[in-house]
Design a protein around this ligand. Structure first.
Ligand code: FAD
Ligand code: NAI
Length: 473
């Protein structure tokens, strides 16, 4: 069989893969991108986990449920009366599906615009040949010198509790529950557990989150995690820390989870539906990597060096399928950097300035090191904090929970970390990322004019707080 020849083949069309394909095409390479995700009618649905069952649909549902919550809890204080507010779950899910579809179609359009050849199907290594690789997709054989692997991740299963996406749900099923369950259990109080738990709680479910670790959001700055726990509990989310899950049983009428609580006492949680969100694992199952000797690490991720090179010449890997945070923007940055390295340029990803966002209400966002990390690293630092309660825009919005916190080097004043819990934290964090990329000091931010009234003034004030000279608090 003769093969179709390309300069670069990308396997996986999520944020890591499709962005790598576009950047490689921009750099003048002939590029193929292979992705196997199918939409409801079996057609192509590029965009990976992020577009189909991750970032995009979860944010669509977070938006819908927040509107619902606002209409029920906050409209009256603005003088708006609505009568009884109800939720049409089918319509909400339909809107979410439409948002996903628009993103799928957008990526197919971008492939056309950038002359990336798209192949819908599973891509797997057939052979290493003539200094390059042959990749099988269905009946077709493609060949290229360079291969970029971006096959992403899948939800980790809890032993003995396989996902059926009806009663025991991964992120996939959690995004398409057909009616608001009366009770919802969540195992794992990580990012998915909190975001999806928030969606269904706002819509009226009684949500209980069971977390194995004794600390809440261990990777988050301790003061932010403490504030978040307080606020989430006040909203009605039940969170139990330090539990040990025993067995999970599901029947027609619900799911029961046997567990030991933090005091060591045996407990049972009975719920209508159960989301299991205990992390994700690299997805290499369809690659046939063994055919060419592709090396995996001890956790099953593709082993790569700092430049995303695998053990095979001219085979690269990016995104969730390799080490590092499982974030769409990290995958994209690696995809761009790899395409540029293939072109002989100096692609670069700064792992120290990758922002994190948890899209709960209030949002949580941070960049750089936490206070507990600085302590552990023995770094002398100064901290400055400013509450949204003292910010005029936040008061006008009616959303005054949380704060902005700066951590700066005690001697040089260089910003080492910025932590935000509060309204629009996902947008506010961008200023901190820019500042840290430019190695700014807290004083630099404090001296910059910020528009009034804006939430960003809280960022300026937190920077001023590092020098103990806030103006509005
Ligand atoms: P993926 O997006 O997983 O894409 C991999 C693609 O490769 C898939 O389409 C898959 O079908 C395809 N594939 C796999 N094997 C093959 C093969 N052999 N042949 C052909 N195709 C193949 N991150 C954020 O930054 N912000 C968020 O708000 C956010 N929210 C999330 C919410 C949820 C519920 C979940 C589950 C994740 C969320 N994430 C978020 C994480 C984000 O989705 C991932 O980090 C991101 O999708 C990783 O991109 P990727 O390109 O590495 O892999
Ligand atoms: P996670 O790693 O964020 O959280 C998993 C949680 O489950 C942890 O708190 C862990 O201690 C707990 N856990 C693990 N095993 C357990 C067990 N047996 N019993 C009880 N608790 C247990 O993983 P999650 O929420 O599944 O999300 C996966 C990844 O997806 C995230 O790490 C993140 O990278 C990405 N994501 C990003 C989002 C964003 O950027 N806003 C949103 C959603 C997901």
């Amino acid at each position: 069989m003769s093969s179709k020849q390309f300069d670069v083949i990308v396997i996986g069309g999520g944020p890591g893969g499709y962005i790598a394909a576009i950047r490689a095409a921009q750099l003048g390479f002939t590029v193929a991108c292979i992705d196997e995700w199918k939409n409801a009618v079996g057609g192509p649905a590029p965009g990976g986990t992020c577009t189909n069952v991750g970032c995009i649909p979860s944010k669509a549902l977070l938006q819908s449920s927040e509107h619902f919550d606002h209409a029920r809890q906050h409209f009256a204080e603005h003088g708006i009366s609505t009568g009884e507010v109800t939720i049409d779950v089918a319509r909400m899910l339909g809107r979410k599906d439409n948002v996903v579809k628009q993103n799928n179609e957008g990526i197919l359009y971008l492939f056309k615009k950038n002359k990336v050849a798209f192949f819908h199907g599973r891509g797997s290594f057939a052979a290493a040949k003539d200094g390059g690789y042959e990749i099988q997709v269905g009946e077709e054989l493609l060949a290229a010198k360079h291969v970029i692997l971006a096959t992403g991740s899948v939800a980790r299963e809890l032993p003995g509790a396989a996902f059926d996406e009806d009663m025991i749900l991964s992120n996939d099923g959690a995004l398409r529950i057909g009616a608001v369950p009366k009770t919802l259990g969540v195992i794992g109080s990580g990012v998915i557990g909190l975001e999806m738990g928030s969606v269904w709680r706002r819509l009226g479910a009684e949500v209980t989150v069971l977390e194995g670790l004794p600390t809440f959001l261990g990777a988050v700055d301790e003061s932010v995690a403490k504030e978040a726990l307080k606020l989430f509990k006040k909203q009605g989310l039940k969170i139990e820390l330090g539990v040990k899950i025993g067995g999970v049983k599901s029947g027609k009428n619900g799911v029961s989870v046997a567990y030991t609580d933090a005091k060591g006492e045996a407990q049972t949680l009975s719920v209508d539906k159960l989301i299991i969100s205990i992390g994700r694992v690299a997805n290499t199952s369809g690659l046939n990597g063994a055919a060419v000797g592709l090396k995996l690490d001890e956790r099953g991720a593709i082993e790569v060096d700092a430049d995303c090179k695998t053990n095979l010449p001219n085979v690269w890997a990016v995104g969730d399928v390799v080490r590092g945070p499982m974030l769409a923007h990290k995958a994209e940055e690696e995809g761009v950097a790899v395409a540029e390295r293939i072109a002989g340029q100096h692609g670069h990803v700064n792992f120290n300035t990758i922002p994190w966002v948890i899209y709960t209400s209030p949002e949580i966002a941070w960049v750089g090191r936490t206070e507990q990390q600085l302590k552990a690293d023995g770094v002398a630092y100064k901290a400055g904090q400013f509450p949204f309660l003292a910010n005029g825009r936040a008061r006008a919005l009616g959303d005054t929970s949380g704060f902005v916190k700066f951590l700066a080097d005690a001697k040089t004043d260089e910003i080492l970390g910025v932590h935000i819990i509060g309204p629009s934290a996902s947008e506010l964090i961008a200023e901190a990322v820019v500042a840290m990329e430019f190695k700014a000091s807290a004083e630099d931010i404090a001296r910059i004019c910020h528009a009034h009234p804006s939430l960003s003034e809280a960022t300026k004030e937190a920077a001023l707080a590092v020098d103990k000279r806030t103006l509005n608090f």
